[in-house]
Write a protein of this length. Structure first.
Length: 284
């Protein structure tokens, strides 16, 4: 199953990062967004990320030019019909993902592999919207995709050996290190990370310490590269809340229950760095 052309559905923070690393490795990559405005915003994000790398001397200008030459965009799913691999990176909502994959299943060639970048939603539940469950897999990239080395491969029982091998080879061809998990909520990373973040928010809500001291304690006391509340801002409070609710719904374990403070902040629209305000304030 040689993967020679890739599509990424969604060009937000995660989708643009996935598209960028694919294009940087010389793979023709097409990104699909719901409208021209969102598409332009996503492609501009990639362009700006690369331009900053050139400015800092980390990315040669020729590499930036070639990466952009490998990228194209569309607002039509039908234009992805000849892709060998399609990676979905839309909103964390099962119904939305199933809708996208059901339509892709109708227009794509039979050999196309479908992959979801979900951080918590069942891969099997998404695959069931298609007639190619054996060619369906989870590829969970970490944020920011161009920098983070890990990809979680989520392999349901229905995924064929050939699909798994192709997905693993592809992820490693991007320079990523892969780990493989069963199709259970949260997989490896979020299964372990979410209770840690929950406790940090509860500590702040309970008045244990300031947000700065909580983050500093974990950064310097446990050698974490980023404190839990800063990390929450970076990932997105709304995204993390959705993951917490998914895990709690599945396991009914209090350690996954979203703290009330987090839910109030999401209701207020304080979703983290992407909107300029979360636990901290940011200049866009």
């Amino acid at each position: 199953m040689p993967i020679q052309k890739v599509a990424v559905i969604g060009c937000g923070l995660m989708g643009s990062g996935i598209a960028q690393v694919c294009a940087q490795k010389g793979i023709p990559t097409i990104v699909r967004e719901i409208n021209d405005e969102a598409l332009k915003k996503g492609l501009d994000r990639i362009r700006n990320f690369l331009a900053e790398g050139v400015k800092r001397g980390k990315v040669p200008q020729a590499q930036m030019d070639q990466t952009l030459a490998n990228l194209s965009g569309t607002t039509s799913l039908a234009e992805l019909k000849d892709c060998d691999l399609i990676i979905e990176a839309v909103v964390e909502n099962l119904d939305e993902k199933r809708k996208v994959f059901a339509e892709l299943d109708r227009v794509c060639k039979a050999s196309t592999i479908f992959a979801s970048n979900t951080s918590s939603i069942s891969i099997t539940a998404q695959a069931a919207a298609t007639k190619r469950m054996d060619r369906f897999i989870g590829l969970h990239f970490m944020n920011p995709v161009p920098i983070m080395k890990l990809v979680e491969i989520v392999r349901p029982e229905v995924t064929s050996n050939e699909t798994y091998a192709a997905a693993k080879t592809f992820a490693e061809s991007l320079g990523k290190v892969t780990v493989t998990a069963k199709d259970t909520p949260g997989f490896i990373v979020n299964l372990l990370l979410v209770p840690y973040i929950c406790e940090a928010v509860r500590a702040l809500e309970g008045g244990l310490a300031t947000k700065e001291d909580i983050d500093t304690a974990m950064e310097l006391g446990c050698n974490m590269p980023m404190g839990p509340l800063k990390l929450l801002d970076f990932v997105g409070l709304d995204t993390t809340l959705y993951i917490m609710d998914t895990l709690f719904s599945e396991f009914r374990d209090p350690k996954y229950a979203a703290p009330p403070l987090l839910r109030r902040m999401v209701t207020a629209g304080f979703n983290g760095k992407k909107v300029g305000r979360g636990f901290y304030e940011y200049t866009k």
